[in-house]
Design a binder for this molecule. Structure first.
Ligand code: NDP
Length: 291
């Protein structure tokens, strides 16, 4: 059996067209969605990510307001900027690029963001609501939300499915597991202390891999017909590439594709969904102010 390939780029492009339509509708009412980005310090990867997000805003007609603070910025300065952005009516979403330089209290900064503008969905109240039955967060973290969209678009039946999430980080694994619970899946969360990981993954109708270890999940761990979402983005040496490396996921794709029912490639699976989730959340933030 060869798995159906879940093309994140195509699905993200569909979302992009819908978001562009939503932006146009708001513009007719005189509202332009605005995203403020807060970048603290000199982390090159963070600069690249913020640059990509702002470029996508420009493509969609979303205004972006870039704010940069030095790595030496104090807790008070970072929180002060967030509070100023909370009060700015042109800003509908605030994105504080993580990780913050050491010495800053990340949770306190995230807590300072107004939950109505928490487009990354990392405010403790939004995460708390995600974990509670009958409560809904204002915003859901973008990468996990993208995983669920990909599963649904691929035709996975989530209700009652046995889902295994490998990884329990605050930004991917844990919110992905909470979202699956909201979808009525029966969820097992695995991490570095899990015993017999292969045996647990073998029971899964749905696998979400968010580990950060190149090709760790092997093809013979996958239950035939399972839906596999690979969040991992890892560099693997490849002398045939000019850069000397290529990107691979946490799943051994060439093996898993022979067993799974459907699978996301890396790159071109979850990655394109993350940035589009942020755009969608920013649009929603602006739509809420229009009501
Ligand atoms: P973290 O490092 O924060 O979390 C990794 C998780 O994997 C932890 O829960 C850890 O367990 C678990 N883990 C580590 N080793 C093992 C092991 N041997 N067996 C089982 N579990 C293990 O990573 P992130 O969640 O931030 O990211 C995960 C991956 O997703 C990375 O490759 C990252 O680059 C990628 N990513 C991709 C995005 C996209 O848009 N495509 C967005 C965000 C991330 P423990 O808790 O016990 O330490």
């Amino acid at each position: 059996m060869t798995a159906k390939i879940i093309d994140g780029k195509v699905i993200a492009d569909e979302m992009k067209a819908e978001i562009a339509e939503g932006v146009k509708k708001l513009a007719a009412g005189g509202i332009k969605p605005g995203l403020a980005t807060v970048l603290v310090g000199e982390n090159p990867a963070s600069h690249t990510y913020v640059g990509m997000k702002r470029k996508m805003c420009a493509e969609l007609g979303i205004e972006s307001f870039g704010h940069e603070l030095p790595a030496t910025a104090s807790q008070q300065e970072v929180e002060g900027l967030v509070k100023t952005l909370n009060a700015d009516p042109k800003v509908h979403g605030i994105l504080v690029q993580l990780p913050l330089p050491s010495g800053l209290d990340e949770e306190a900064v995230l807590r300072a963001i107004s939950i109505e503008k928490d487009v990354d969905g990392f405010h403790p109240i939004n995460i708390g609501r995600l974990a509670q039955k009958g409560r809904e967060p204002m915003f859901v973290p973008c990468t996990p939300a993208g995983c669920i969209i990909l599963l649904k678009k691929a035709g996975a039946k989530l209700s009652g499915a046995n889902a295994v999430v490998v990884g329990r980080s605050n930004i991917v694994g844990m919110p992905a597991a909470l979202l699956l619970v909201k979808e009525d899946a029966t969820v097992t969360i695995c991490h570095s202390r899990t015993k017999d990981l292969a045996g647990v993954v073998r029971q899964a109708d749905i696998v979400i891999a968010a580990i950060g270890k190149a090709e760790m999940i092997r093809g013979d761990w996958i239950k035939p017909g399972a839906y596999v979402i690979d969040v991992g983005t890892n560099r693997k040496e490849d002398p045939t590439k000019k850069s000397g490396y290529r990107l691979v996921g946490d799943v051994a794709y060439d093996e898993a594709v022979e067993v799974a029912g459907a699978i996301t490639p890396v790159p071109g699976g979850v990655g394109p969904m993350t940035i589009m989730g942020l755009m969608q959340n920013t649009l929603r933030g602006a739509q809420m102010t229009a009501k």
